[in-house]
Design a protein around this ligand. Structure first.
Ligand code: AMP
Length: 305
């Protein structure tokens, strides 16, 4: 079963304490789509300018990522630049140029509208809602967000939460959204505001998953070499949503636990190289091997919270 993915498609410049690379393929939808493509066909929605490499469309095709919903318009592609501190976790945005993104109004091709699984990757909540408005009756909607939308478009985000089955966000965003210091309280509070499920990412420390009366703590893979953490969250969301879509039926909490592990596996590979380079060569065998390691490291008992 396919998963529809909406988000940003970008050209990124990324600086770490040891390396800097310019004009790399990035954006929340690029990472999420490639992550999901390991498990399910993808219908991609986004916008690029005429400076965007045509070879990427060929690559998407080779990965089962349909790009009929990607608008290619005159102008420059969205550009983002960030710099990481020595901990490879703290990041400062150096510049953002919206370019063609400024007037982006996603229009879904007819063939996209009946897709059952949807991932609204990080992008303005009003655009996420606009895509949902065009869909027939999606069975399961996953959304990602970021601090910017919590701070600048809170009403739009609150409205979107009513229409989302699973919200994914990181620990600092969960605290900011709920004004809670405890992530457990934050997860529960977000569930009460709309989403049936909540996944809170804790960077290199794993992820927490909240259901109605179920809870799962997913450990983190002990990576030695992190080259570029950019897009880890988006890859997590893509792997998770792609796995859920591959199950075909309405997700159970057991499916969501496995999806959280697959998302974590994909994210752990993504940070091993700049941009999407590691994901481009990744194989299902490598994913399966690391999944088993995660499984061995994670607690699988369900507990009530
Ligand atoms: P992450 O590391 O998961 O926060 O995602 C980083 C990616 O998000 C980069 O590839 C950026 O191009 C993209 N990005 C940065 N700012 C935004 C924004 N305001 N809206 C959508 N995508 C963004």
């Amino acid at each position: 079963m396919a998963v529809l993915i909406l988000g940003s498609i970008a050209l990124d410049t990324v600086k770490t304490p040891v390396e800097e690379h310019a004009d790399l393929l990035g954006g929340s939808a690029s990472y999420a789509a490639l992550g999901a493509s390991f498990f399910s066909p993808v219908k991609l929605v986004g916008i690029v300018g005429d400076d965007f490499p045509a070879s990427e469309f060929e690559f998407w095709k080779s990965r089962g990522i349909e790009a009929e919903g990607v608008q290619r318009v005159k102008g420059k592609t969205f550009r983002w630049s960030g710099e990481y501190a020595w901990d490879m976790n703290t990041r400062e945005t150096r510049s953002v140029a919206l370019n063609v993104f400024e007037h982006f109004r996603p229009a879904l091709p007819q063939s996209y509208r009946e897709t059952d699984f949807v991932l609204l990757a990080n992008i303005a909540p009003a655009l996420q809602a606009h895509v949902l408005d065009q869909m027939k009756r999606p069975r399961f909607v996953v959304a990602d967000t970021m601090d910017l939308w919590i701070e600048t478009t809170r009403a739009d985000l609150d409205a979107l939460l009513q229409r989302v089955d699973l919200l994914i966000l990181n620990d600092s965003e969960a605290r900011e959204l709920t004004k809670e210091t405890s992530l457990i309280k934050a997860g529960r509070k977000i569930r009460k505001s709309g989403p049936k499920y909540v996944a809170i990412k804790k960077g290199e420390h794993g992820a927490l998953l909240f259901g109605e009366d179920e809870f799962f703590s997913c450990g983190a893979y002990p990576l030695e070499d992190i080259h570029d953490p950019t897009g880890a969250g988006d890859t997590f969301a893509g792997g998770l949503a792609g796995y859920l879509a591959s199950r075909k039926t309405d997700p159970t909490f057991a499916d969501l636990r496995r999806a959280t592990i697959y998302g974590s596996v994909l994210a752990s590979f993504n940070v091993e190289a700049f941009s999407l380079e590691r994901l481009r060569t990744l194989t299902m065998d490598e994913i399966a091997e690391r999944y088993q390691m995660f499984k061995a490291m994670s607690a699988f008992e369900e507990i009530s919270v």
